[in-house]
Design a protein around this ligand. Structure first.
Ligand code: TA6
Length: 312
């Protein structure tokens, strides 16, 4: 039985885990699990799911949910001593009843504020006090915005340093027909080659094998063109200099138990991230990282969408 709040519904999801349902005009919706502060669904006015969520995803702590938008904090990947991608994605978050004001240009009333604080156990592995607030907003045009605010609340004067990513899994029709625009000619660290640094070639990125790259100091807008679906995802990001592009392809997929063997054909991760330059906060300081996703109907061939126009 869902509990209605002015801006969201609180309902029971898979395995009885609490989830937030956001609804906007024209049948648009989004869902966020308190487990991991994890967005698992984003649907457009036709009820079409825009995010990839594995049919084998496990909704049971401590296993992170495979798909949607996992949050990587306070550590991206294995860049540190903590578990891969940190612990925020496998902790239970709370609804934040009294969030500090958040200036926003969204007119939508479909949003929820969540908060995560470290558990006693977390303080044993990462001895820093923090408040991680995240607002998830479903906009009046169907855009999905995640605004994170991380504050150092240490009383002992200790600063802390972290890396971060919104590990977004986009649903695509056929990965071999997808192009990513906005990362051309940039330097990247190749996770498949010991994070060696390379420079990307001058054209849009297309996919024909496993990819796991951290693009450095990217533009604030990136476009993902799905020709078959005549759809372009536009990723806008603030406070997040880098972008990770990941697709495990066939072999790696077989080694990932909660990912269907063929699913790599219908997913692409493009992750707004802060990796190359970790963020350091002194007590009382706060960092803000904002991700805005929109899906625009497009048809490359009809010239309706010129990626260069989108990225301007
Ligand atoms: O963001 C890319 C990446 O770091 C890849 O190296 C791959 O490990 C992927 O994340 C998934 O990580 P996970 O821990 O969720 O299996």
């Amino acid at each position: 039985m869902a509990t209605k709040h002015p801006c969201f519904e609180l309902a029971k999801g898979i395995n009885g885990l609490d989830k937030i349902v956001l609804r906007e005009s024209r049948n648009r919706s989004a869902e966020v699990y308190l487990y991991g502060g994890h967005v698992t669904s984003w649907k457009n006015e036709n009820g079409e799911e825009l995010l990839y969520l594995s049919s084998k995803a496990i909704f049971k702590p401590p296993k992170p949910i495979r798909g949607g938008i996992p949050l990587c904090f306070p550590q991206f990947s294995n860049l540190g001593t903590l578990e891969s991608h940190g612990f925020a994605r496998n902790r239970i978050w709370e609804v934040d009843a009294t969030p500090p004001p958040l200036p926003t240009n969204s007119s939508s009333n479909a949003f929820v504020d969540l908060i995560l604080r470290p558990t006693e156990d977390d303080l044993k592995t990462w001895p820093y006090n923090f408040e991680f607030r995240m607002r998830v907003n479903l906009g009046s045009e169907g855009e999905l915005t995640l605004t994170s605010r991380i504050r150092n609340t240490n009383a002992d004067g200790k600063p802390f340093t972290f890396t971060f990513a919104y590990h977004t899994y986009f649903s695509v029709s056929d990965i071999s027909e997808v192009r990513v625009e906005g990362l051309e000619t940039l330097d990247y660290l190749d996770n498949l080659k010991n994070r060696e640094r390379f420079t990307e070639q001058g054209d849009a990125i297309t996919f024909e094998s496993e990819i796991d790259k951290i693009y450095l100091s990217t533009p604030t807008k990136i476009a993902i063109l799905d020709h078959e679906k005549k759809r372009t995802f536009v990723v806008r990001k603030d406070g997040l200099a880098d972008a990770v592009v990941w697709n495990p392809w066939d072999k790696k997929s077989k080694s990932i138990s909660d990912l269907g063997d063929e699913d790599y054909k219908h997913m692409l991760c493009v992750e707004a991230a802060a990796v190359e330059r970790p963020i350091t906060l002194k007590p009382g300081e706060e960092w803000k990282g904002r991700l805005e996703l929109s899906a625009v109907p497009s048809s490359y061939s009809s010239g309706q969408l010129d990626p260069k126009k989108v990225l301007q």
